[in-house]
Design a binder for this molecule. Structure first.
Ligand SMILES: [Zn+2]
Length: 109
């Protein structure tokens, strides 16, 4: 049984890695796999893959992102210049937005 990890991280968010090999690195979220509790972040957790020669490619070694645990990344707040926890807020017009818990900045426009 898989545990669905509740996270407010979304695609295209800027995140900072808080644990593991790429600790302290920043990247953009490519994909959120909520049911696996994992995220793909651009240029983070790169792995080398050997591909066989085919008509489509010359083969060789390609580098690609490997998923990492969603709990190992935090939203990067450009105002706080650090990883922060996200809060939620309902605006006057009824729309829900995410906020930085540190500085209170509304992150969704
Ligand atoms: Zn902030």
């Amino acid at each position: 049984m898989t545990t669905v990890v509740k996270s407010r991280i979304r695609r295209d968010d800027d995140v900072i890695v808080t644990a593991g090999r790429d600790k302290g690195s920043r990247g953009k979220v490519i994909r959120v796999m909520a049911s696996d509790g994992q995220v793909l972040v651009s240029k983070i957790n790169m792995i080398k893959r050997h591909t066989r020669q085919s008509q489509a490619s010359a083969g060789g070694i390609i580098e690609k992102e490997a998923p990492l645990a969603i709990s190992n990344v935090q939203y990067y707040c450009s105002k706080c210049k650090s990883g922060v926890r996200l809060g939620a807020k309902t605006l006057e017009d009824g729309s829900k937005v995410r906020t930085c818990r540190k500085c209170g900045e509304v992150l969704d426009k």
